[in-house]
Design a binder for this molecule. Structure first.
Ligand code: HEM
Length: 471
């Protein structure tokens, strides 16, 4: 007999399947088919497909032998559209130098202060809307939240009166710019490049003003790079990378994470066990795997755990499969926010080695902030409508409408004013007064954080091991 928990798990599996089926059927079928065929599978015209977490991690950590810039790599296609300096199309000293210039702006301590300033208003708005009994589309909300945050960090000014529309537009231009390419595609056609370049220039129109402002006191990313002597042409690649990745990843993740929590009934558990928030985010990221495939090009023939990779070929690290490896993740299709992830494979959903996700802290900050609102509402949220997205790189919902459960709301209303209950834990509670100077001072304060410590990046040869449809 199926109990309600199993039914919830089955519902979650079903919706997750539909999220992929909406637009990624051939890739989904291929990836599922090769999952049980061994640690590494060689497929003509596609490349080496990696299913094993340890093999995948070893490849990601060896950027001398496996690069993001070789023939057929994603980096080479990124360069075709946005030019150099996009981090994801860089290797070696130039990549290390650019990353080093940005690292403190993505540190937990810095983000702690910035996110309080920037996220407080939208989070308070989310709470108010839900407490008032209104339906909220979490997809649209995440376009706003993630757009606002990354624009602030880059220093892109957005007019308050049409903020929502601007962030929505930035998200959709970013989605078109990063629209998926076929698994066998190794180079974009001229037409494809021209179409994507137009979208790239569209995004850059938003960034140009912020570059031209020339404010040496500003701690925005664009001004910092300008201060280091980079021209606008040189800043464009990294700006486009941050603007697109910073909005697409978290916007795709949060609605799916919330749907998983609601479908499996584990939002109720989280509401009583808030200490589980970080492990709930970890499990959501394992389950959702926002970067389901990582591409590399074999620079020199290498053997990893007994598997030979020949130079000149491509490697597709199937993170989707790594995260379902039974040895590391028993009952992988079970979404369980109390699951303990082994340290060897934990955070592999953020990559490993020198290209480890720069937005690690930012992602935890943004996802955690939304969960905090949902945990502290005067009642449970439920999903009232959902649609699955088409033509997006990261499979997700195009709409996930949630509502505060009226029964729970009424029950809580009997205990006190629901609006007040909500406000007691309001995101507006956080202090908004920190100024730019103070922000700088607070970087490196070593304050306590809900987020886990970020595994350090490491460069190849450092010899230090791992531094790192509608319902
Ligand atoms: C749901 C959250 C996220 C996940 C799961 C994620 C995952 C990843 C992964 C797997 C990589 C490495 C790809 C590879 O090695 O081929 C990566 C790189 C990167 N991520 Fe994230 N990411 C997330 C959010 C963000 C955010 C919010 C930003 C903010 C700007 C960001 C910025 C970057 C950048 C710039 C890189 C390239 C780093 C480099 O090549 O040096 N990510 N991310």
């Amino acid at each position: 007999m199926i109990d309600s928990t199993d039914r919830g798990q089955a519902r979650a599996v079903w919706h997750e399947l539909l999220v992929y089926a909406a637009d990624h059927v051939p890739a989904l079928l291929l990836v599922e088919a090769v999952r049980h065929l061994g640690a590494v599978v060689r497929l003509p015209r596609v490349g080496y497909l990696v299913n094993d977490p340890e093999v995948g991690k070893a490849i990601l950590e060896d950027s001398g032998a496996f690069t993001k810039t070789g023939p057929g790599s994603m980096g080479s296609m990124i360069t075709q559209v946005v030019g150099e300096n996009a981090l994801m199309n860089m290797e070696g000293p130039a990549h290390q130098a650019l990353t080093a210039k940005l690292h403190d702006l993505f540190s937990a301590a810095y983000l702690d202060v910035v996110s309080r300033q920037v996220l407080a208003e939208p989070l308070a708005r989310l709470r108010r809307e839900l407490v008032a009994g209104r339906d909220v589309d979490l997809v649209r909300f995440m376009h706003l939240l993630s757009g606002k945050m990354i624009c602030h960090m880059l220093g892109i000014a957005v007019d308050q009166k049409d903020e929502d529309e601007t962030y929505e537009r930035l998200w959709s231009v970013g989605a078109r710019l990063t629209a998926p390419v076929g698994l066998t595609t190794t180079r974009l056609s001229d037409t494809e490049v021209a179409v994507r370049r137009a979208q790239f220039e569209d995004l850059m129109d938003h960034a140009r003003g912020s570059f031209q402002r020339n404010d040496p006191r500003s701690d925005s990313i664009i001004q910092r790079l300008r201060g280091l002597g980079m021209s606008f042409e040189e800043v464009k690649g990294v700006t486009a990378a941050l603007l697109t990745v910073g909005t697409q990843t978290v916007s795709a993740t949060v609605p799916r994470a919330v749907a998983l929590l609601v479908d499996t009934g584990q939002l109720a558990l989280l509401r009583t066990r808030r200490d589980l928030r970080t492990s709930a985010i970890d499990e959501a990221l394992r389950y959702v795997v926002p970067a389901p495939i990582m591409l590399r090009s074999v620079e020199k023939t290498s053997t990893v755990a007994g598997h030979e990779f020949k130079a000149g070929h491509r490697v597709l690290i199937l993170a989707y499969n790594l995260m379902k490896h039974r040895r590391w993740f028993p009952k992988p299709r079970r979404f369980d926010i109390t699951r303990q992830h082994h340290r060897k494979v934990k955070y592999l959903w953020f990559g490993a080695g020198s290209h480890f996700c720069l937005g690690f802290n930012l992602a935890y900050r943004e996802i955690g902030a939304v969960l905090e609102v949902l945990e502290t509402l005067p009642g449970e949220v439920r999903v009232v409508r959902r649609r699955y997205a088409h033509e997006v790189l990261i499979p997700t919902y195009s709409s996930l409408v949630v509502r505060l459960d009226p029964v729970a709301k009424k029950k809580n209303a009997d205990d006190g004013n629901p609006a007040q209950l909500g406000e007691q834990h309001s995101a507006g509670e956080v202090h908004l007064g920190a100024e730019a100077d103070r922000r700088k001072r607070e970087v490196g304060d070593g304050r306590a954080h809900a987020e886990p410590a970020q595994p350090q990046r490491h460069e190849a040869g450092s010899g230090q091991g791992a531094k790192g449809g509608q319902e």
